[in-house]
Design a protein around this ligand. Sequence first.
Ligand SMILES: [Zn+2]
Length: 102
Amino acid sequence: MKQKKVPLRKCVASQEMMPKKELIRIVRTPAGEVVIDLTGKKSGRGAYICGKLECFKLAQKTKALDRALKVPVSQEIYEQLARDFISVEEQFLAAKEASDDE
Ligand SMILES: [Zn+2]
């Protein structure tokens, strides 16, 4: 079996370098929306956050997403993202565990 190169990305909240699949991508779409991108395939400017709600909250507090996406992210969007984040967190962790079994 070949060792695959793991692409690393930085979490915008904790500044940790992590394998891409352990991070949740948040994207600013060409239409200017800020959304969670679980597929990693949406076009637009992306930012990564560890798949942990604490990190998301930290990003909200420090406005790390605003800086990473180079767009002001309103409080409502952060709240919407936080809700989405909670709902994808389990899905994300389940997918991660499944891929660890490979
Ligand atoms: Zn983090």
